[in-house]
Design a binder for this molecule. Structure first.
Ligand code: CU
Length: 109
């Protein structure tokens, strides 16, 4: 096997994170300093693709608690993952499988 060394090939031209700029591609969760930002992600469309960016230096996950509705699996440092929001409106708490004190809520509707 060859050609697997480019680490996912993200865009390298993205400017530094700018909190005031809405994400073009839809809802997004940033993981930084062992926190989910925003901790409560509101107004996510049912079935929307949610992007998760891990800006920490350790792996994290976004794992729905209880419902099992979504789970990114391990997101390595500096990597981005996506998951599909539940198709039913409601509030979906999640945590990090590795650091259970990390908590957030995804609200669909
Ligand atoms: Cu974590």
């Amino acid at each position: 096997m060859s050609g697997c060394s480019d680490g996912g090939g993200g865009t390298s031209t993205a400017p530094p994170a700018s909190p005031s700029t809405p994400a073009a591609g839809g809802p997004r969760i940033i993981i930084k300093d062992f926190k989910f930002v925003p901790a409560s992600l509101l107004g996510v469309r049912p079935g929307a693709k949610v992007t998760v960016v891990n800006m920490d230096s350790v792996p994290h996950t976004v794992t729905a608690t209880g419902s099992g509705s979504f789970d990114t699996g391990n997101i390595e440092p500096g990597k981005t993952a996506t998951f599909v929001a539940p198709s039913k409106a409601g509030s979906y708490p999640y945590d990090c499988d590795i650091h259970e004190y990390m908590e957030g809520t995804l609200t669909v509707g």
